[in-house]
Design a protein around this ligand. Structure first.
Ligand SMILES: [Zn+2]
Length: 437
């Protein structure tokens, strides 16, 4: 089999900067070589040493550019692609005004396919190679998403939304159909190639206790599937949950009492948690998807990253499209920094990039397969052009260190900087030359 090598500056993370210290957390090869074979990583290191040892069949010259592992979006909604950047509501009115009318269209599989393709194009254009994505309540929306992801050989996680109350009639399922439809979809898609399934109630207010109980049964019956939902995003939402679940100790307990916590469980937002909720997330190894862009957009609040670090809870970054008004995880990293500024916390650019790569992979328990360039992992990677136009070139040339360059990239970068996106060693996106300034 032929070995391909990519000659570039190469950066990847080996561990969490908050756990091992920044210097120990990453490897950087200024003149590096990434070698792959059959879509998997063979090795990474200094080009001068590896070229003679490995003798690749083909070398791609990306010198002057930066190779990173593909970015990982731990919380997003593909059906909300068309309502991104809609004006002016907070969570509950946003759902009623924009989300529900949009999601009602996804019972039509052709429509769902069109949007799934558009969504995946945007992900690849922005350097995102894996996502944990909400579809809608419709089986067709799940099939459309997984079929589109399969055609592109993408590593994706999704699962039918469960919603049997407090939603329009045409978006409601029942306890029985939630279970039977999910069961069929799990059979069809879970561990099918690079695809995996997540049991996905929208959030506690739109599921009855009986439906959350059924979700727990689904999790028990298929070890290894994911659980994905929202938690403690907005204060009005939390007050509503207290009314709807008078017997629950707190918001998280609505899920906990039905066995929905664990290391395969990812909760989006987690902005307004009580101490006992932090403790249960920690005890159960549950994960958090932090979505700063969405949290600012909907005015939901400021997530406490430092609390998650001190509780030793894995977090990843999420765009939360369409309440997040960008597909770019670079922009989400910039917003994560700003949210921590408002919390009076330091948040380094290396921590941000860790969370968007290896940290995201750990959050999704996929770090054996993706997240960095260790041998044997799947070769999903991106080529970053740090100087896609005259102004970024001007600013980058004033950076004195790698750390400064990464911070500048995060603060000023977007899809212009994604020169190429590779999936298992195959080109999935190449930025058109004519788009360059
Ligand atoms: Zn969301």
């Amino acid at each position: 089999m032929s070995k391909q090598a990519y000659h570039a500056s190469i950066l990847h993370f080996l561990d969490d900067p908050d756990k091992v210290g920044q210097c120990q957390s990453y490897e950087y090869f200024e003149d590096g070589l990434l070698v792959i074979e059959d879509g998997k990583i063979v090795t990474v290191g200094e080009a001068s040493k590896l070229v003679t040892q490995i003798q690749p069949d083909q070398i791609f010259d990306y010198r002057g550019q930066l190779l990173l592992p593909g970015l990982i979006d731990t919380h997003t909604h593909y059906p909300q692609t068309e309502m991104i950047a809609s004006y002016g509501e907070q969570l509950l009115t946003w759902l009623e005004t924009y989300t529900f009318p949009t999601e009602a269209k996804f019972g039509d599989e052709d429509y769902a396919s069109t949007i799934a393709e558009l969504f995946l194009d945007e992900l690849l254009k922005n350097g995102t190679t894996t996502a944990l994505a909400f579809p809608t309540v419709h089986v067709q929306s799940v099939d459309a998403f997984f079929e589109a992801a399969e055609r592109r050989n993408l590593r994706m996680i999704s699962g039918k939304v469960l919603m049997d109350r407090n939603a329009p009639e045409n978006l409601r399922d029942t306890v029985e159909t939630a279970y039977s439809d999910s069961k069929e979809l799990i059979e069809r898609w879970h561990n099918h190639g690079r695809l995996q399934y997540a049991v996905t109630p929208r959030f506690a207010p739109t599921s009855s206790e009986a439906q959350l109980e059924a979700a727990g049964v689904l999790l028990k019956e298929t070890p290894g599937i994911y659980f994905h939902t929202h938690l403690a995003e907005n204060l009005r939402e939390i007050a509503w949950v207290k009314d709807l679940f008078p017997n629950s100790k707190n918001y998280l307990d609505c899920y906990d009492q039905f066995g929905l916590l664990g290391k395969q469980s990812i909760f989006a937002h987690c902005i307004h948690l009580e101490d006992s909720e932090w403790a249960r997330l920690r005890e159960t190894g549950s994960k958090i998807a932090h979505c700063p862009t969405s949290n600012l957009f909907l005015g939901s609040g400021l997530f406490q990253i430092n609390r998650a670090v001190s509780e030793n809870i894995d977090i990843g970054l999420g765009t939360d499209v369409g309440a997040g008004n960008t597909f770019s995880l670079l922009k989400v990293m910039a917003d994560a920094y700003k949210v921590q500024q408002l919390n009076q916390n330091l948040f380094s650019s290396f921590k941000a990039l860790y969370l968007a790569t290896l940290g995201g992979a750990r959050c999704l328990n996929l770090d054996k397969s993706i997240g960095n360039f260790l041998p044997g992992k799947e070769a999903d990677f991106i080529v970053i052009d740090k100087e896609p136009d005259d102004f970024l070139a001007f600013r980058m040339q004033r950076c004195g260190s790698l750390l400064e360059e990464i911070f500048t990239l995060i603060m000023l970068g977007d899809d212009r900087c994604i020169r190429a996106t590779y999936i298992c060693g195959e080109v999935a996106h190449l930025r058109n030359e004519h788009q360059r300034a």
